[in-house]
Write a protein that binds this ligand. Sequence first.
Ligand SMILES: Nc1ncnc2c1ncn2[C@@H]1O[C@H](COP(=O)(O)OP(=O)(O)OP(=O)(O)O)[C@@H](O)[C@H]1O
Ligand SMILES: [Mg+2]
Length: 401
Amino acid sequence: MNKPLLHEKLRNDALRLSGALEHMSKIMLAPEERKTLRLFGAGEVAELLRVGDGYLRKAHFDGRIPEVKQVNGNKRLYSAEEIIALRKRLAGTAKDPSHFLPGRGAGDKLQIWSTVNFKGGSAKTTTTVTLGMRLALRGYRVLLVDADPQASLTTFFGIQPELELRDGGTLYDAIRYNDGDATRVPITDVLKKTYFPNVDLVPGGIMLSEFETETPTALSRGEQPVFFQRIRDSIREVEDDYDIVLIDCPPQLGYLTMSAVCASTSLLMTIIPERVDLASGSQFLTMASDLIEVLHSNGGIGAYDHFVYLLTRFDTSISAQQDFAEWVREVLGDSVISTPFLKSSAVSDAGVSQNTIFEQDLSGSKNRKTYARALESVIGYSNDIEMLIQSAWGRGEGDET
Ligand SMILES: Nc1ncnc2c1ncn2[C@@H]1O[C@H](COP(=O)(O)OP(=O)(O)OP(=O)(O)O)[C@@H](O)[C@H]1O
Ligand SMILES: [Mg+2]
């Protein structure tokens, strides 16, 4: 019997898969209708607004803020839109309005953070999307940029890139090189609002891998701007609309990652406290340092606000991980974010259905302890990073009102 030819088998399987996926998407609702955000309890809102217990109840009682939905007697529930409206309302009368609206003030530079590491699966995407949503709930205007051809970040927003963005609509269109009539488009052509208030998205998709293959020829024909300016130039077009941009990079040090790095004001490197991860992390740093040196002498990169490491998927029940985490802190010192992103089934279970921990409320379920612990970790590292962002704007963190 003849053995099947590999390329034929792959093509057939690809056709079967894409056919089945298309069928699945047809029986689902439109993406915008598919995902909705849950409501938030008064305790969560108080934590987000950094106000004490009873502050909101009193403000409602005094008529300073509008009433919201109440369930089970007088348990108040707030939508994310209502939380944002509250921020604006409370800032109007606050001694320090920036307590409620902590975003950029006049003269503050847009913060652009890239999440990097060429170790696959080190939680770059999970960290980026979770941090983005947390910062949005904290009152910042956030743009997420998916610079990964795998487009995992994009799928968190109920979009199926391989079906919905097959004919364009990704970051690629905004950074591509000229090819006959095809030229780059403004980033606003591909930027989307999401179901999550204060979070906009520039989707990724498989087309982005073209950028990797096209860059060497574009360089050889001298096309301007060069690769390391392309993401930066695109983001500049919407600079005034956001406080923070988070770019999710692919797990490699290619042209996309270098372009994201050159666009950034700060970098976040995710590392799992395991030997193999640390070894590849170290390799990444050496290669990045060599490349950035070359780009630096070509005007590619300026000064950085922060370069920090975040311990991710940290399993505190494994003593070897604890030892490695401690060791990393000793070696890298203050550059390691204080709160680690703990490994938790609350994060991976949510991830399976393309949700973040903020979209699930398990506080009343049998898994509530696991959920609370994971949430505490996410809020912890997000707060640490928020402080770094504030420090880049020359501000300390506001205290509780
Ligand atoms: N804190 C966590 N606890 C448990 N599982 C996690 C945690 N963070 C991430 N994961 C899981 O680890 C896997 C890899 O995460 P993620 O996709 O964020 O990594 P990545 O670095 O973006 O991967 P890639 O290199 O492919 O882009 C996912 O299945 C995710 O759900
Ligand atoms: Mg990823």
